[in-house]
Design a protein around this ligand. Structure first.
Ligand code: FAQ
Length: 316
């Protein structure tokens, strides 16, 4: 009898939850939610937070070699912003009941994923332009939509993050535009960065819809409001004219504007490369994890001091 009442209660709560989603209302931390919704969000948000944090490393590589004091100050501010984004999203993810330290342990043990894009090396200064313009550009396309997702803390974090990412995107494009107005060597450097970052940026949107196991749940619950392929297409459509405006060539011989669909057609993405990177075998996966583990170990004294300070003040 009791069992039957519990089951009926669960069905009623799930119906209420679905009705809230259908009505476009947000789900808040204290609201009832299906366990699978909670786990999917935690997976996605923790991966996103890890991406922001690991994403500081490729750019950090160029801090000591920025070509001017102004460029260095801007890059430093951008990297600091990414750390802040990581913190907002970890805080949002904690509202789903998992402690940040647990999420970080999963990252450092290699169990958790982070964005494939950060496993590529930054070989020249133009890579700072390509990351800001293409990587932050792809992040904005994805996150502008996530800012309307059904989970309140995630949606609200995205609003602020997107504002900052817009600044990152503009500074990256400006680096590329300046290089393209420079010497032949500078133009070649910009084109080289474009050639290396274009395809990995398209992979950031995840596998094609037909191979995306999580999209069904996420779209039904309005966590994702647009599919991986739709967002990828939107990114291509907005980025190609920007490249053309400064004289950069997109490294895709099949790229072609289709006036009927009003979208660009593009060549085949190397999904084998993508799968290889997310399995841990990209060019920099091992280096990135080592850098994060070292940074975590070196920061241990800070965490201990903060905990001791908090304990002392809790007693006072
Ligand atoms: N990298 O079923 P789906 C940034 C995995 S922030 C690695 O389609 P889903 C800011 C996926 O986890 C960039 N793994 O997955 C910045 C799943 O594996 P799992 C990060 C990927 O979740 C700029 C499996 O493949 N942004 O750049 C990737 O529905 C500059 C099957 O895929 C976010 O995280 C990938 N690219 O869709 C910072 C945004 N794609 O977990 C510093 C939020 C897929 O089942 C400097 N996340 N996988 O084992 C999302 O929108 C989604 O999670 C997707 C993937 C679209 C990334």
């Amino acid at each position: 009898m009791n069992q039957q009442i519990i089951q009926e209660d669960d069905i009623r709560r799930e119906e209420e939850f679905n009705a809230r989603i259908a009505a476009g209302k947000t789900i808040e931390p204290k609201d009832w939610m299906p366990e699978r919704y909670r786990r999917q969000l935690l997976r996605m948000m923790s991966q996103h937070a890890h991406s922001e944090v690991v994403g500081m490393l490729p750019e950090g590589n160029w801090l000591t070699r920025a070509p001017s004091l102004m460029r260095k100050a801007v890059l430093l501010a951008k990297i600091q912003d990414e750390a802040g984004h990581g913190l907002y999203i970890y805080s949002g993810a904690e509202t789903l009941g998992t402690d940040r330290s647990e999420m970080i342990d999963q990252l450092l043990s290699g169990k958790a994923k982070y964005s494939s894009i950060f496993n590529y090396p930054t070989l020249n200064w133009a890579d700072m332009g390509a990351i800001g313009w293409l990587v932050d550009g792809a992040a904005i396309v994805n996150q502008t939509v996530l800012a309307k997702c059904s989970y309140g803390p995630y949606a609200r974090a995205m609003v602020r993050i997107c504002k900052e990412e817009n600044f990152h995107n503009k500074q990256g494009y400006q680096i590329m535009a300046v290089l393209m107005r420079g010497t032949k060597a500078q133009q070649e450097m910009a084109q080289d960065a474009m050639n290396r970052w274009w395809w990995p940026s398209l992979m950031m949107f995840g596998p094609p819809d037909k191979d995306s196991p999580n999209s069904g749940d996420l779209m039904r619950w309005k966590v994702k409001l647009q599919s991986n392929d739709d967002l990828r297409q939107r990114f291509i459509d907005r980025t190609v004219p920007q490249a053309e405006a400064i004289g950069l060539r997109i490294p895709d011989d099949k790229l072609k504007w289709n006036p009927q669909t009003r979208h660009y057609e593009f060549g085949e993405i190397n999904w084998e490369e993508f799968n290889n990177v997310i399995r841990g075998n990209g060019p920099c996966n091992k280096l990135r994890l080592k850098q994060r583990r070292d940074a975590h170990a070196e920061g241990n004294w800070v965490r201990e001091a903060a905990a001791a300070y908090a304990a002392k003040h809790a007693r006072a």
